[in-house]
Design a protein around this ligand. Structure first.
Ligand SMILES: NC(=O)c1ccc[n+]([C@@H]2O[C@H](COP(=O)([O-])OP(=O)(O)OC[C@H]3O[C@@H](n4cnc5c(N)ncnc54)[C@H](OP(=O)(O)O)[C@@H]3O)[C@@H](O)[C@H]2O)c1
Length: 274
């Protein structure tokens, strides 16, 4: 069931906002799924134009997406998902594969809202999906098998990293990655402001900070080393880095970030219960 140029796999998306654009945009830009095989619905035209401009079929009718596509992404805000599933339930067939992107909506909740036996998966993207550098994890519902997992992994490989995980990791992914993107922006902002304070203009500081984050992240991925080992390697005895790190330790950076991951994960778990 692998997709690819010329593939007959028809992909739909209910909701056309940032994440729809991130995930479906990746499929489009990479040519993984041809535009004519993509259908997207939303109540207004405000976001549909992006997909229309790329040659996808767009509609205000969610049911139409079910008629036109086999793999259906749900990309509305989480609180809208139940009403969308009730709305489309009569049009869902055993041929459909439903993939929810909604944070905090469990597979159990999703499965209760569709006819018995429907194949459902739940994915958790993050914002860098829009530039094909996302960190995506997904889990299978009780009726989705290895074939559906392989299909989703193959489709989402164009969005960045994509791994199957137990559903209990979903809220942790929100804590480290969905929300984590914002922690990294805050850290980048602090680097830039520190550089500006020391006399480097903001524009160049911003580019240097971003490239530093990118390079450091790639080092973690490419060496496979624990971040602590890489940090240790940068510390020359008596050098600049250990002086800087000492200040970060005094400021409690590590504890603050661990607390942030914990707080966001717990918040995601709370939202999951509603
Ligand atoms: N943004 C992130 O970083 C992130 C990370 C992880 C997970 N997610 C999940 O991704 C999902 C989408 O988030 P987002 O940031 O892309 O939201 P968004 O930008 O607000 O987009 C929501 C989309 O849903 C459409 N919509 C609203 N009601 C609808 C209905 N009844 N039927 C069909 N479409 C409807 C909206 O239509 P209009 O275009 O007409 O307004 C809009 O296109 C959420 O469930 C969120 O939890 C997001």
């Amino acid at each position: 069931m692998a997709a690819g140029p010329g593939s007959a796999l028809r992909v739909g998306c209910i909701g056309a906002g940032r994440m729809a654009r991130g995930v479906l945009g990746g499929l489009l830009i990479s040519g993984k799924v041809p535009a004519q095989n993509i259908s997207v619905s939303a109540p207004s035209d405000s976001n549909l134009h992006y997909f229309r401009d790329h040659g996808c079929h767009t509609t205000h009718s969610n049911i139409t997406v079910l008629y036109e596509a086999r793999v259906i992404f749900l990309a509305t805000k989480p609180h809208i998902v139940p009403q969308v599933l009730v709305e489309i339930s009569s049009a869902v067939t055993p041929d459909h594969i439903i993939v929810s992107m909604a944070a905090g909506v469990s597979l159990q909740t999703l499965e209760k809202l569709v006819p018995d036996g429907v194949r459902i998966l739940r994915m958790c993207p993050n914002l860098p999906c829009v530039i094909q550098e996302g960190a995506v994890v997904f889990s299978r519902g009780s009726c989705a098998g290895q074939e559906e997992a392989d299909m989703l992994k193959d489709l989402l490989s164009v969005c960045g990293m994509c791994e199957e995980v137990p559903e209990s990791y979903m809220d942790i992914h929100t804590g480290i990655s969905g929300s984590g993107v914002a922690y990294v922006y805050l850290f980048a902002e602090a680097l830039v402001e520190g550089a500006v304070k020391m006399g480097m203009p903001s524009a160049i500081s911003s580019r240097v900070a971003a490239q530093t984050l990118l390079g450091a992240a790639k080092m973690i991925l490419e060496t496979g080393e624990h971040p602590a080992k890489l940090r240790y390697d940068v510390c020359t005895p008596g050098g600049t880095t250990i002086y800087g790190l000492h200040e970060l330790e005094k400021g409690g950076l590590k504890a603050a970030v661990m607390n942030a991951v914990e707080a966001a994960t717990k918040r995601a778990r709370e939202l999951d219960k509603h």
